[in-house]
Ligand binder design. Sequence first.
Ligand SMILES: NC(=O)c1ccc[n+]([C@@H]2O[C@H](COP(=O)([O-])OP(=O)(O)OC[C@H]3O[C@@H](n4cnc5c(N)ncnc54)[C@H](OP(=O)(O)O)[C@@H]3O)[C@@H](O)[C@H]2O)c1
Length: 280
Amino acid sequence: MNWGIIGTGNMGKVLLHSLTTSHAVEEENLYLYNRTLMKAYELLNQYPNVHVERSLTNMANKCDVLLLCAKPKEILEISKKLQPHIKKEQLVISITSSISTDHLDQILPCKTARMIPSITNQSLTGATLLTFGKRTNTMDQQMIKQTCKLFSNPVEVNDDNVRAASDIVSCGPAFLSYVLEDMIQSVEQETSLKREEAVNFVETMVIGFGRLLEERHFSLETLREKVMVKGGITGVGMEALEKEIHNSFNQVFKNTHQKFSAEKEMVEALTLEAKMNFSG
Ligand SMILES: NC(=O)c1ccc[n+]([C@@H]2O[C@H](COP(=O)([O-])OP(=O)(O)OC[C@H]3O[C@@H](n4cnc5c(N)ncnc54)[C@H](OP(=O)(O)O)[C@@H]3O)[C@@H](O)[C@H]2O)c1
């Protein structure tokens, strides 16, 4: 089975890495296409046996599964261009929350799915969020799940929960990095610890923290309880933290959902326009 990655930016590259290193797809069965073709050709240095194609038509002709790894508006443009070349048994997958399988179904005559990756998939961990289009059958769904299982923990999500789940799974690593960077900045301002040492301590701590959770030694709650002696040193630190950051993620999720609604409105309008052009 041949897989294609259309768009070799951040996420296209993460998926290229996770699909090949997990052997979910062998390099010989992977096809790449990017708007700026040179960037796709450059990937041959790292992945010498993948194929780079010069057009979307070639991608449609050669691949059974196509991953659309671009921004929402770009995905719609790509889908419109693919439309005349796609057959009903092919599978086209959106990797972005605001392009649902219903949107793709309105433009394309084939099977569709949504597969939202996370940067954590690069190290063959973390979740992928899956939604299956109405034209997929059980075999298609099993095939996608089994493929994702080789580099992640696949979880099915519906349209109502997709944004909240993506906020944690996909945006979460950026949010947590920010919080940890803030910890480093504060320790540098308030103590004699040098930045380089602080970075090293934080990175080592986070890797150990992840491993404790992975090995199921603690839940988040029991871990916190274990470390924090109330009235002890962690306890007084926690008092300050509770005052400063408690509930601060509420606004984060309000913002992401507001942007998501605006993006969905834009996608709805452009999908309708594309549909009318095809039928007219
Ligand atoms: N970042 C994350 O952790 C994450 C996680 C899950 C989902 N996502 C979603 O993934 C999507 C892509 O994000 P990204 O960070 O990978 O974006 P990105 O780095 O900007 O990559 C987009 C790629 O698509 C290419 N492209 C655009 N239009 C094209 C066309 N018509 N034909 C072929 N290639 C085209 C671009 O080519 P050029 O080289 O010419 O610009 C670029 O390489 C976004 O919708 C985002 O919401 C991101």
